[in-house]
Design a protein around this ligand. Structure first.
Ligand SMILES: C[S@@+](CC[C@H](N)C(=O)[O-])C[C@H]1O[C@@H](n2cnc3c(N)ncnc32)[C@H](O)[C@@H]1O
Length: 412
């Protein structure tokens, strides 16, 4: 759940004393870790690389690995990455700048640093990328991989490249990676990290650009993208994917291969509280049978893959707002307690082949309650943001492409 917690910060939050505290904590943390580690540059770089390789060894292991072991390995990777970020000497402005662009939230490098600890998201992606690279490398001499919105640590690829390099699985003649991020602070950190990991030969370009308009100079074999938040809101995954999918070779793959966004009507207390009382940590395998049986699934709202992205049509409304038509669902009539239920929207991610990021494995697949969607009941004061419907109604969903992307339900 790490990711969606940090994701909820906005630019205005920096006036908030709690966030100022976070910044102080982070800077102090970085300074302390530098002091603590009285290492030479070479020793620091070796320890960094080893922490990346160790985390990947566990993630790719075919033997069962304990959660505690993974947590320790990812924490070590995080600490070393933060140390490298400290060496990049970002100004406070570059570290904390966060804003809403025309297509979504542009998170600050300070907040993005946590995504390297999002264990099961990284595992789902890395296992998928590894399978895709191996499958493609068996029929192609050189693969070009594009990773837009990669953040300051590019955590879905840099650890895997370190692992490939150490084991001599793939060299720089076989794999070339382009890293794109809009934040100058993320780019500065990336340059430091790539150099610390001695991965320069694998990286053809690190570029500070908007991924929704960036035009790669060569065709792309693998597009690795994760710019999502829970409920498929806030970040610009869809806008970035729609733009960049055009640059994939005819047999190129997008990772994730598919994202299925689905809706369900749940009792908030059962789904979000009772279900997790005994759970050691948030993960799809720790979901509770009774809570799963209690859900009322509404079906798929939107399916995103290479072919659906290429076909997707955009509608521009009178006020210039742009939307993508999503699916229609029919609200079931046989649910006795529908008026007590809330809509929760969640993503199911297939990264490649059978590799997945399932519900609750990460903040990005955590079901997001929508408190503006009412069925068989009405809010006391109806506001324009509320949607009020009855069991049996047909609801057409649209996906709004804006600085705050998300689903908009309408009654048919
Ligand atoms: C949550 S962080 C990094 C997530 C990263 N993909 C990962 O797997 O951990 C989000 C990053 O995406 C970048 N970003 C968001 N929208 C972007 C866009 N349209 N173009 C380029 N970078 C973007 C932000 O600048 C930020 O560094």
């Amino acid at each position: 759940m790490e990711k969606h917690q940090v994701h909820d910060a906005t630019l205005t939050d920096y006036a908030d004393p709690q966030i100022d505290q976070l910044l102080k904590y982070s800077v102090r943390n970085q300074l302390e870790s530098l002091l603590k580690a009285k290492l030479t540059t070479t020793q620091r770089q070796q320890a960094l690389t080893q922490s990346f390789v160790d985390a990947m060894t566990l993630v790719l292991s075919t033997e069962p690995v304990q959660h505690a072991q993974l947590t320790a390995a990812f924490e070590a990777m995080y600490e070393h990455a933060v140390q490298s970020m400290a060496m990049a000497e970002l100004s406070e402005e570059l570290l904390t700048r966060q804003y809403i662009s025309a297509t979504g939230l542009i998170m600050s490098p300070l907040n993005c640093r946590h995504t390297i600890k999002d264990i099961y998201r990284i595992q789902g992606y890395v296992k998928g990328i590894d399978k895709a690279v191996r499958a493609m490398a068996s029929r192609k001499e050189k693969l070009t991989i594009l990773y837009p919105a990669c953040g300051p640590f590019a955590p879905l690829l840099l650890p895997l490249l370190s692992y490939y390099k150490q084991h001599q699985y793939f060299d720089e003649k076989q794999l070339q990676v382009i890293l794109v991020d809009l934040q100058p602070g993320a780019v500065q950190s990336l340059r430091q990290l790539v150099s610390d990991l001695n991965l320069q030969d694998y990286i053809s370009e690190i570029t500070e650009q908007d991924a929704t308009t960036y035009e790669p100079k060569e065709s792309i074999d693998l597009l690795v993208l994760e710019a999502m938040q829970h409920g498929f809101t806030k970040e610009g995954q869809l806008s970035i994917a729609r733009h960049l999918v055009k640059y994939l070779t005819i047999d190129g793959w997008m990772i994730p291969q598919s994202v299925s966004i689905r809706g369900m009507m749940v009792l908030g207390e059962t789904e979000f509280n009772q279900q997790w009382k005994q759970a050691e940590y948030s993960h799809s395998k720790n979901r509770h049978r009774a809570a799963l049986d209690d859900r009322v699934e509404l079906g798929e709202l939107l399916h995103i893959d290479k072919s659906s992205l290429l076909k997707m049509e955009e509608i521009t409304l009178a006020d210039e707002a742009k939307v993508i038509p999503a699916n229609q669902i029919i609200l079931p009539t046989d649910v006795h307690d529908m008026s007590k239920r809330i809509l929760a929207i969640y993503a199911h991610i297939t990264t490649f082949a059978e590799e997945q990021v399932d519900q609750y494995d990460s903040g990005i697949t955590h079901p997001r309650p929508d408190m503006t969607f009412y069925v068989d009941t009405r809010p006391q004061d109806v506001e324009h943001t509320h949607f009020v419907a009855n069991s049996g109604d047909t609801v057409q969903f649209y996906y709004q492409l804006s600085g705050l992307p998300g689903f908009v339900p309408t009654k048919v």
